[in-house]
Design a protein around this ligand. Structure first.
Ligand code: SF4
Ligand code: SF4
Length: 205
């Protein structure tokens, strides 16, 4: 593929780089050795959150810099990492799954203020149905809610975009945790582990 040099602005700095590079590579290429807000470079860790505006577009979008190729005229601003509000709970403190639903709003009281504005959906770089996930958790449908957040990279953009300071990613993580905690393990797994414990299966190298 023929590389084309493009000019863009990243954090207010003029940058020229090949269009085969993503935003982070382009920033480094231009001589800015940024290391904060940069993580796995694979789109998994959610560290490199940026706001992006493209030429001829009035829209500003939230994206992951390592997953976004640099384009001519692009304007990019890295977002600083926000420390998420702490939601304190211990799975071992739930006596049973009934407890989970009755205590959900004690742990996440701000969820009851959800405006259903869709702000979290708009900013999510993984296209997760975030608002729906929050709504399902609020209804006690934790298994379904958790499934929606399987691809979540914990970038916190959904919290940044929420006017009620709800942390949907933390709600999603909670939903996944409680679902796993109260899930009865598959019987074949239990039987095999029990057989290993009895010494019926030897593990050899
Ligand atoms: S749900 Fe929130 S934290 Fe997870 S990927 Fe989407 S914006 Fe990022
Ligand atoms: S951005 Fe916040 S208030 Fe709006 S739908 Fe998402 S969780 Fe609800």
């Amino acid at each position: 593929m023929v590389k084309k040099m493009v000019s863009a602005k990243i954090n207010g700095h003029a940058v020229t780089a090949p269009d085969s590079m993503n935003i982070i590579q382009a920033y480094w290429h231009a001589g800015f050795p940024r290391i904060s807000g940069v993580g796995c470079l694979e789109g998994v860790c959610g560290s490199c959150r940026v706001m992006v505006r493209r030429v001829d577009s009035g829209k500003v979008t939230a994206e992951l810099a390592c997953q976004t190729m640099i384009e001519e005229g692009m304007q990019v601003q890295f977002l600083s990492f926000q420390t998420p509000k702490q939601h304190t709970y211990r799975l071992a403190d739930f006596k049973n799954s009934w407890d989970v639903q009755s205590q959900f709003f004690d742990i996440f009281p701000e969820v009851s203020h959800c405006r259903h504005c869709g702000g979290c959906d708009v900013v999510c770089p993984k296209d997760i149905d975030v608002e729906n996930g929050v709504g399902l958790a609020a209804m006690g449908r934790f298994r379904e809610a958790g499934e929606l957040f399987v691809e979540c990279v914990m970038c916190n953009l959904c919290k940044s975009g929420c006017p009620e300071q709800i942390a949907p990613n933390q709600v999603g993580l909670f939903a996944r945790r409680v679902t796993a905690y109260f899930h009865i393990r598959p019987s074949n797994l239990i039987n095999r582990l029990e057989a290993i414990r009895r010494g019926e299966f030897r593990i050899t190298r």
